[in-house]
Design a protein around this ligand. Sequence first.
Ligand code: HDE
Length: 711
Amino acid sequence: MVDQQGRRTSRERDAKDVQLEPHRRRRDQSPLTTDQGVRVGDTDNALRVGDRGPTLLEDFHTREKITHFDHERIPERVVHARGAGAYGRFRPYDDWLREYTVAEHLVDPEVETPVFVRFSTVAGSRGSADTVRDVRGFATKFYTQQGNHDLVGNNFPVFFIQDGIKFPDLVHAVKPEPHNEIPQAQSAHDTLWDFVAQQPETLHTIMWLMSDRALPRSYRMMQGFGVHTFRLVNADGRGTFVKFHWTPALGTHSLIWDECQKVAGKDPDFNRRDLWDAIDSGQFPEWELGVQIVPEEDEHAFDFDLLDATKIIPEEQVPVRPVGRMVLDRNPDNFFAETEQVAFHTANVVPGIDFTNDPLLQARNFSYLDTQLIRLGGPNFAQLPVNHPVAPVTHNQRDGYGQHRVDVGGTSYYENSLGGGCPALADEGVFRHYTERVEGDKIRRRSPSFDDHYTQCALFWNSMTKAESAHIVAAFRFELGKVVHREIRAQVVGHLVHIDPQLAARVGAGLGIDVSEGQDRAPATTGNSPALSQVGTGDGRLDGRKVAFLVADGVDARPVEQLKAALQDRGAVPEVLAAADAPVSTSDGGTMDVDRAVSTMASVLYDAVAIPGGPDAAGALSRDGYVMHFIAEAYKHLKPIAALDTGIGLLNSAVGVDVADGTDSGEAVTIDGIVTQSAHGGELPIGFLAAFTDALAMHRAWDRAVDHIPA
Ligand code: HDE
């Protein structure tokens, strides 16, 4: 299948790949068999004595079928249980990074490296909703010719804690509370905020968690970060500190909290579906990999510690330099075999990439392998197709659960002579651990250079636009408002005073907490980092942005066709919604196909709304409660709205005040993301089409005067 842009869809690619990978099986014409290959003639009736008698133990097919079913589940990930994955490829732009690393997949523009990426939420169980307030996982497995390299990152550049030993405490605090297993996939509860109140090191990541970053519109519109400072190693063995960044081509965009809560009910698979649909329709998401490079001699040049994962290196201090591009272009065939069984591990590195002594990273290097042993039931999980390196694997490891490989030969030890000395040690392309001189007392203590927990919180806060900072205030009020123990609320607001008394006052006002005492304090910093705001990012493409057209009998057809075409040209997905999932009649005597019944959808599932003209249509739509609510919500959520002719009056009455001017100016008018046009004589001017698609590219009309968030 070829899509409208002439691209092959992922389905077609799959069909081709089947011939290449023997483990990938499609259903064919072969008859049903047992696991042993014996043909089965009845799989609906167990073997029994007489029509109404007992079932027999000798019915091996029934027993095998039910036994397999009983064992279908493996333990879900303790964190990041809910996810979605996709295959793709990565290619560097050029070889500038060769000065710093021998990692071929990052330095050779001739090399295209296959990847598998898994996006995830952290706190919820496997069946939880996508649109919760949470960090998102962004884990990439590069299948390089030198072995697998896993970059197991998140969509925030910082983490809650500084030392991995605290990870079980953090996760226990955010997970459902142990006595009643409530709440699911929520941070708005007492134990998380109790933990935060006791551990100010969490505050920087908490600022990110309260921001729009925790509510991504799409996995395709999320940044990714390696978080830790890693090390690159070049051909001379010289080390350089590095931070990894993924930047989405579509920009970084978020939902509004009110939408998230509603989408969680209307479409709990919102982010998964978006990723799947985009790839399936040939709109392949893209990210640019960038790096921040810090020479080893500058290790102590910052006012924070590079080994402290609760800190960023501001991009204004060390710019992010582009390395290459990743495209995700193929959906998995089987969720369990691929997305569920993929096993990431921070210690999966290749020559040219090494660790630092970041205590969080050091703990992760233990935890991921340990986790896979219980999740995947033994030490042979690297043989699963999704985990298998493309680089040759030869070693003396043997046996264990799930051994698939049949090792031939009489020796399985090194050093041998009977096996001809095989496998021999490599002398080229070997991973050699970076030589670092380390000395000191054996202590349980954190470096004093990890002590400042407030400055970068203020840096983040100062870098937000007006709308972004209002969202942060609203999020703190919501989350703390759900905390039952009022002393915990007060303790958290007490920390906010140290970040910025203004922030504390605005949060406190919503909770009845008086912070007037701290108001003469100076903020932890007055500095800012514009790169931290996500407003205005992206290259203008509208890939996968969904626009609802609200229609009824009597709709004007021509403008709908024109606007749909203009949207499709820029990659957006228009859908026509009517009272029933059946064609409507148009004002010129024709019919228009309908994609969905409006009652099965909701405004929160779309990025924008178009209300075409047609007096009869407007009359019918104005009597439809679903439609009026649909429009009012889109307005409240600051979405672009296109209204034509009689649609303008409909918009005004749905919102309750005149938000659009319906006079016959003959020109397209855009006010705060509302694009209107009357008297166009059936043809829409190019100016109107451009104004609406541009409004969609801006994501939201942030200046629209709507009280969707507390002051
Ligand atoms: Fe993880 N983390 N983590 N983590 N993490 C897991 O591994 C862990 C941390 C991240 O899609 C687990 O296979 C510890 C930071 C992602 O399969 C587990 C610590 C970052 C994923 C684990 C951290 C992450 C995981 C659970 C503190 C961002 C999902 C299942 C020292 C840089 C990978 C699994 C996937 C998954 C441990 C902190 C990202 C238990 C001990 C920081 C994206 O091993």
